[in-house]
Design a binder for this molecule. Structure first.
Ligand SMILES: C[S@@+](CC[C@H](N)C(=O)[O-])C[C@H]1O[C@@H](n2cnc3c(N)ncnc32)[C@H](O)[C@@H]1O
Length: 302
């Protein structure tokens, strides 16, 4: 069990998301309609509908291209701020608790929202990777303007041959597409980037049976090390929750299973829910990052 980072740090990440990347808490779709023309907003809705029916990588590529060009980027991204904020804070706490020194790789980093803040915060350069060229080019340019030394690589982690090995990999919803495509090699591919005894810090939705993923990561030599739950109120006050896991490559296997992780995080979510439904707190603060800042546990070691 662990305590939690101070509120200033959550505020600092929230400010960074807003000022550097245009990702902010929005009360409704107003921010989108405010910053997008009505035609662009309609295009966005059309894209969402298209992707709901066809999430093939080439369709997503075209969507990302549309999303990252022009001034619409920040506006559209603002609808994802809760998952971006709470996942980024959780990964930061988990990394801090693991107390590692060594290189970190951020898989599926998009423009590098988290790694850009993390390197401000920790004064260390992080390598980011994403298969979408347009996101990496946009992010690298922005990070260079900020004087950051992170290197962002265009690569598909499933195909790439790592030039370096990393002590830790962070993936914030970066494996989702691969899960949806039911690729069996996901965890083997991630493991190829890790040093012996390295860690994968991942926050994602595991579609379907989570036991299926447990089998996959065990086959790749990982075991469950820690868990948590990130989320809160999103756009239009919808609840969003994400399972956060730390998997360790190699070392001693444990008897803890995904079911133990889910039970532990379910308890966390229940106590968070009291905070999350407290109408006296501004809704934009009713997320797990601010709950942790009120000294609740963020990471459960299994
Ligand atoms: C939902 S976004 C998450 C972005 C960022 N990590 C965040 O927290 O906001 C998922 C990202 O993963 C990237 N991605 C998906 N599959 C990938 C793959 N096989 N290799 C590299 N990047 C991938 C996508 O291009 C996208 O930018």
């Amino acid at each position: 069990m662990t305590g939690f980072p101070e509120k200033e740090r959550v505020d600092s990440y929230r400010d960074h998301l807003s000022t550097v990347w245009g990702i902010a808490a929005t009360a409704s779709t107003d921010a989108l309609t405010h910053r997008l023309s009505s035609t662009e907003y309609q295009d966005f809705v059309n894209w969402k509908n298209t992707i709901a029916m066809d999430n093939h990588p080439s369709t997503l590529d075209r969507f990302y291209h549309w999303l990252m060009s022009g001034s619409r980027f920040g506006s559209v991204q603002s609808s994802r701020w809760v998952e971006i904020l709470t996942s980024g804070i959780w990964a930061t706490v988990a990394l801090q608790e693991l107390n590692l020194c060594g290189p970190v790789l951020d898989i599926g980093c998009n423009a590098g929202y988290w790694n850009s803040w993390m390197s401000y915060h920790s004064q260390t350069a992080i390598t980011g990777m994403d298969k979408r060229e347009v996101a990496i080019h946009f992010g690298q340019k922005r990070q260079n303007e900020l004087g950051l030394e992170n290197t962002l690589l265009v690569a598909d982690f499933m195909d790439a041959h790592p030039a370096h090995l990393y002590t830790a990999i962070v993936s914030l919803q970066g494996l989702t597409e691969s899960f949806h495509h039911q690729d069996k090699r996901i965890f083997e591919s991630v493991a190829a980037y890790l040093m012996k005894d390295g860690y994968l810090i991942m926050i994602d939705e595991l579609p379907g049976q989570s036991l299926h993923y447990e089998k996959m990561w065990k086959q790749a030599g990982f075991h469950l090390f820690a868990a948590g739950m990130a989320g809160g109120l999103g756009i239009d006050h919808e609840w969003k929750s994400y399972l956060a896991l730390v998997l360790k490559l190699g070392g001693t296997d444990t008897t803890k299973t995904i079911v133990d992780a889910e039970n532990a995080t379910e308890q966390l979510w229940q106590s968070f829910h009291l905070f999350g439904t407290d109408a006296t707190i501004d809704w934009t603060l009713r997320n797990s990052a601010y709950w942790w800042a009120a000294h609740e546990d963020a990471v459960v070691f299994l």
